[in-house]
Ligand binder design. Structure first.
Ligand code: AMP
Length: 366
């Protein structure tokens, strides 16, 4: 099938790399000025112009059978103009829920799914009253466009509040969240196809540093009941949205409870480990879902880990280890930039964790 992907980053790259063996072809839609190095050589790259919408956009994309996205910050109205011409998955209306942190939390709460307690604020007065209602510390996040820790502030005192309130009038709408006292961060990657079949990968345990995903381990070491709880949350979300494609659900674990932090309506960094461990990857399952094929196996027969390459290249001796898969995104190096990742898989969990620690220590010495 011919698939068009909105976006030209590493997620688009890995979708295309998973799709080529299945006989799919790709067009990538770039915003004006967007970097396209990640997808060079993997299909046609089209830069968006103002005339491109509806039929004109469909034609410019090479008349795809299906259009999908690699990021949630997309023009939903533009995507809706493609719907008379081809299928668009996930549905732009589902993506819309995930573009605004307040809308997303309200939706989750309406399904009986827990989130951090929150208030929305559009000005300094609402910011102060929201913070007072929740009590310090609070996380303040822009409702739209924030990612990887950008557009976020942690307020611990009245001084912090006053500093932020002083610029509140130049800030967009924000959500103020009470701090969740979590023991660890988990995510669940799930897929649903147009026929309504769902599959769920095992819960993944994630380590973030400075708001950016650092490493993942899967399956998370957890009771069967916690895995079941996460699956129930994903099942509710997928079916309530009539969702088609892969979704990632980022959660905090507090005691036996799962508190959802964020939905990502796309393939996700915390699911990169699925490229190894002998299962159908999240990228292949996304394509299977949006092209309405049966979904692939999500139960791994080995323990898996992933470590991001953030602004660094991995040395040859590490990528030469026999159970290390090396993925690079064809991006130039910049401090902290996601330029690749390593996947590891092993039968023995303790050995895998020791290897992950050794590799992380060696990659990030300072
Ligand atoms: P986010 O951009 O929402 O994914 O937040 C980035 C990171 O900040 C998360 O991975 C957590 O480590 C931390 N964080 C965000 N929101 C909260 C919260 N309400 N309570 C505690 N930690 C949080």
């Amino acid at each position: 099938m011919h698939v068009a992907i909105v976006g030209c980053g590493q997620l688009a790259r890995m979708m295309a790399l998973a799709g080529w063996p299945m006989g799919h072809s790709f067009t990538f839609l770039a915003e004006p000025g967007e970097g396209t190095d990640c997808v060079k050589g993997l299909g046609t790259i089209v830069e968006r112009t103002p005339e491109m919408e509806g039929e004109a956009l469909f034609a410019a994309l090479g008349k795809p059978e299906v259009v999908t996205v690699e990021r949630e910050h997309v023009d939903v109205a533009l995507l809706n103009t493609l719907k008379p011409h081809c299928s668009v998955s996930p549905d732009p209306d589902a993506i819309k829920y995930c573009q605004h942190r307040g809308r997303e939390k309200t939706f989750l709460n309406s399904l009986g799914i827990r989130t951090a307690p929150f208030h929305l604020a559009n000005n300094a007065e609402e910011l102060s009253s929201g913070v007072k209602a929740l009590g310090y510390p609070v996380f303040v996040k822009t409702c739209e466009e924030g990612y990887d820790g950008y557009g976020q502030w942690v307020l611990r005192s009245d001084d912090d509040l006053n500093d932020l309130a002083a610029k509140a009038d130049s800030l967009p709408e924000v959500v103020i969240e009470g701090r969740v006292d979590f023991c660890r961060e988990l995510s669940l990657i799930a897929a649903r196809n147009a026929s309504g079949d769902c599959v769920f990968y095992p819960l993944t345990e994630n380590e973030h540093r400075n708001g950016i995903l650092w490493s993942s381990l899967a399956p998370a070491d957890a009771e069967a009941a916690l895995h079941a709880k996460a699956k129930e949350i994903a099942d509710k979300v997928l079916n309530a949205l009539g969702y088609v494609g892969v979704i990632a659900i980022e959660m905090f674990q507090a005691g036996d409870e799962l508190i959802v932090n964020e939905l990502a309506p796309r393939v996700h960094n915390s699911g990169h480990w699925t490229q190894g461990a002998g299962i159908c990857s999240q990228f292949e399952n996304h394509l299977r879902a949006i092209c309405d094929f049966g979904l692939g196996n999500t139960t791994n027969n080995q323990h898996a880990a992933m470590v991001n390459l953030l602004g660094i290249e991995a040395p040859k001796e590490i990528v030469s280890e026999s159970n290390v898969q090396h993925h690079v995104y064809n991006k130039s190096l910049r401090p902290g930039r996601k330029v690749g990742h390593l996947n590891l898989a092993a039968d023995d969990r303790a050995a895998l964790e020791a290897q992950l620690k050794r590799i992380c220590d060696s990659l990030y010495q300072d």
